[in-house]
Design a protein around this ligand. Structure first.
Ligand code: NAD
Ligand code: 3PG
Length: 528
């Protein structure tokens, strides 16, 4: 099977080498497309690779009927409609680490250029002026740098700033005193950062909570003569408020790499001599571009070939060692979900998943998600996948409960899936037998030993002599060969089940006749 990949922003040729080297990937590079152009051709692609220019809107995702993955060669995913991607089952991956150094170095370059007015002085000299009075700067040593957002880039900026003998004071809701102490910086509130800093640099993502976090009110709280840097995202700083604060003389300078609208349309801020800027160049180094393109290429290859993403954005990611431990149970969890959805027959209202054994030491969320995927596929079809399974469950008001216990009742690990419908409960349990693969070991209260693959038939019947024979004869009449059969009963002469594996699908006419067999209550074909 070959996959069509569209690269719609400039990506490093060295970085996409892994994609070019993979046999089943056909790559189209078409950068600078308008949204209309993208909308007209996106349907043919399985993967879309972008940087920050391409706007991956809801419409693009809706039109991208074959899209399975969107790869962002960089960090910020604010140009991608994540909700739409999740709803349509498209996995979004990014490259969170590849450009950290470059962005941090660019921030420091901007900080030093700002402090020493280097771009302004250079521009003046280019005009053939020898002006040594207008460009008197300030030293960094002994000043305070305020950092808002101490993630990957913020932390790298902090380390480098200490090298310039700056005092660093940082605000990040996830920053602990302990980590700040280790880094030799001060952990502060946003207000403390605003009050204390001579230079303020922002390094948060653009989120609802961070949009215009630096606004008129924030500027009021700052020291007179403060200088501002934004190498994160346009919109974290309110550009109009910044303009006012510079005109008021509160802000002595600003260095901007990113803007509320890109490409920049309104140049009013740049008309101010206090403002220096670059056109979103934080990640524009040979090294960063190669790194991020390699990272997304690997994830795109993994996902399209059925593997696990390393940097998923709309799926929680787990440490590699945890994934390795729970991955063998992926197939079982989905099969149990599909099985129980078949035998439940009615719409599922509640899903209870019980994990027992040493698996419970780990985060089993991907298994729960897989089970839900198996259940919902039965009702909603093949478009339900890992990414949108819990989204659809939520939309359908299906409650999902996960319980863990270390008691295993004889199995190293046991996964039990119980669903509630308006008619009551249906339950199935399964395990992974060392060297033998997956098994269904319980259906409702009956113990069985069934390989969860192929065409299965669950028959509920009365425990009477001849019932099994009658089923066997009828299937033989229809040329349906029975590969395996398991029988379980509650009491002698009471309710019982037959679990059959057959060599072909049970047709409607076979089903009708099976249901007519004496002592048979119910027949459910299950395709796994
Ligand atoms: N200019 C460029 O070319 C360039 C390059 C790389 C990254 N970026 C941007 O830099 C930003 C940071 O990237 P990163 O890799 O460090 O991300 P990150 O996720 O490692 O760090 C972001 C930090 O912001 C913190 N945060 C979130 N909300 C906050 C709030 N309300 N107040 C304070 N802190 C908050 C988070 O806790 C986190 O620690 C992103 O927006 C990214 O897109 C820009
Ligand atoms: O979020 C990022 O990674 C940076 O803003 C880089 O964006 P770019 O890939 O468009 O240079």
């Amino acid at each position: 099977m070959s996959f069509q990949i569209l690269i719609s922003d400039p990506l490093s040729e060295e970085g996409i080498h892994p994609l070019r080297q993979t046999d089943n990937m056909e790559i189209t590079v078409a950068t600078g497309q308008s949204e209309e152009e993208l909308l007209s051709n996106i349907e043919q692609y399985d993967a879309l690779l972008v940087r920050s220019q391409t706007q991956v809107t809801k419409e693009v995702i809706q039109k991208g009927k074959n899209l399975k993955v969107i790869g962002r060669a960089g960090v910020g995913v604010d140009n991608i409609d994540l909700d739409a991607a999740t709803e349509h089952g498209v996995i979004v991956v990014n490259a969170p680490d590849g450009n950290t150094n470059s962005a941090a170095e660019h921030t420091i370059a901007m900080l030093m250029s700002l402090a020493r007015k280097i771009p302004q002085a250079f521009y003046s000299l280019k005009q053939q002026k020898w002006d040594r009075k207008s460009y008197v700067g300030v030293e960094l040593k002994g000043k305070t740098l305020g950092i808002v957002g101490l993630g990957r880039i913020g932390a790298e900026v902090a380390y480098r700033a200490k090298g310039q003998r700056l005092n660093v004071v940082a605000y990040d809701p996830y920053l602990t005193e302990e980590r700040a102490d280790k880094m030799g910086i001060q952990c502060a509130t946003l207000e403390e950062v605003l009050h204390q800093a001579d230079f303020i640099t922002v390094h948060t993502p653009l989120l609802k909570a961070t949009k215009h976090i630096i606004n008129d009110d924030a500027f009021k709280q700052m020291k007179p003569g403060v200088q501002i840097i934004n190498c994160a995202r346009g919109g974290i700083i309110d550009e109009d408020a910044l303009y006012r604060a510079i005109l008021d003389g509160k802000v002595a300078g600003a260095a901007l790499d990113v803007f509320e609208e890109e490409p920049l349309q309104n140049f009013h801020l740049l008309e101010l001599p206090e403002v220096i800027a670059t056109p979103h160049l934080g990640a524009s180094t040979v090294e960063a571009q190669e790194n991020v393109a390699i990272d997304v290429s690997h994830d795109v290859i993994n996902i399209l070939n059925g593997g696990v993403a390393r940097n998923p954005v709309n799926l929680p990611s787990l440490p590699a060692e945890v994934m390795k431990r729970i991955e063998p149970y992926f197939n079982l969890s989905e099969k149990l979900g599909t099985f129980v959805a078949h035998i439940a027959k009615e719409a599922v209202e509640e899903v209870n998943i019980y994990y027992s054994g040493d698996l419970t030491e780990h985060d089993v969320t991907p298994l729960t998600r897989n089970t839900v995927k198996g259940i919902l596929k039965r009702f909603l079809g093949e478009h339900v996948n890992d990414v949108n399974a819990t989204y659809f469950a939520d939309k359908k008001d299906i409650t999902i409960n996960e319980q863990k216990t270390s008691v295993t009742k004889g199995f190293t690990n046991l996964l039990t899936v119980e669903v509630k419908t308006r008619n009551g409960f249906a339950k199935v349990a399964g395990t992974l037998l060392n060297g033998l693969g997956t098994r269904i070991v319980k259906v409702d209260t009956y113990s069985v030993d069934v390989v969860p693959t192929g065409n299965l038939v669950l028959i509920r019947h009365k425990d009477q002599p001849g019932a099994i024979g009658r089923v066997g004869s009828l299937l033989a009449q229809f040329d349906v060969n029975i590969a395996t059969m398991q029988v379980g009963r509650s009491d002698v002469g009471g309710d019982a089940i037959m679990m059959l594996t057959v060599d072909r699908q049970i047709d409607e006419d076979v089903l009708v006749d099976l249901k007519e067999v004496t002592d048979i209550y119910d027949v459910t074909p299950i395709d796994l």
